[in-house]
Unconditional design. Sequence first.
Length: 364
Amino acid sequence: MSAALGLAAGRLVICLGPGGVGKTTIGAALALEAALSGRAVDVMTIDPAPRLLDTLGLQSRPATPHDVPLTALTPQCGGRLRALRLDPKRMFDRLIERYAPSAAARDAILGDRIYRGLSAALAGVADYMAAEQLLDLWLDGVSDLIVLDTPPAHEAIDFLDAPRRMLELLSSRALTLLGASREMVRGPLGIFDFAARAVLAAFDRLSGLHLLADVQTFVRRLEGMYAGFAERAVQVQTLIREPTSTLVLIATAEPQRVDQTREFVSSLNRLGLRPGALIINRVMPPLPDVEEIQRARLPAALKRKLQRNLADFNALKARETTWLERLRELMPERVPMLVAEDLGGEPDTLKDLVCIARSLRMAG
């Protein structure tokens, strides 16, 4: 199981899939299992919900890696686990501090009202800042493995595509025009009416701010940092495509998940990516057979009731098997499919996460 998911020797595992299938839980369980096996692991969520950190026993909401105590599970664990939750604005501020050519330029950008609106927006900016945070963890070089929990499917695709979109923006002629003088933009040739308007529309979507003069000032302040942004965007693109990186799709055996997973695989194909594994979460556990009930020393009436219940559960299991097969058919050749059993409730402790990880098995 560990080899199939990249836990044993991989460097990056990205958990992807529709909302409500348990990506956060599975990501935490995989990270914990890798740490208990002796690896140094970081697990990061870009999902705004704080469930991952709660499940890992963290009462705060750290935006920097925070140690998860493992001694309650095993006193002599050779690995370690750190968790963090993305803070897009904090990450954006760190980038400005890193690449600003001077302290004055840094302060001007951090105080710019366009920047403040843009950096606080959760759409668009969060995708790219997640990629930046991932790269920071990677370049720190202190972890053997990074496990990334993502938001629902369409937003996770935005995250995977964020580096490409950033490179397109930085190389666009429209961005150059935005930094031009107001006289040039509003001159008789009307050049603003073409490419620059598209970039302003992008800023509108991200921040809701659309004052041309303010946007031009902001763009000019950023000009000296484009090279740093572009270099890091290329690094993230490369990292996601490394042989040691695994994209793990997560779904449940339900009819609506088949269509969602099909769309997700198609979206990955358009980005030139492919899943490394498929995990079907909350699969029904093995059921007893009728003979076991008959052999049990139970009252006859109770045996009959158990047999009726078993028949109902077998019907559900048969339906589940149908959806499992349809999900398997969506995967490219040689992509392993694993199942995680439904353990009857949401995990509340680290021990619950261990049980989930160790229930994972290759689908029959």
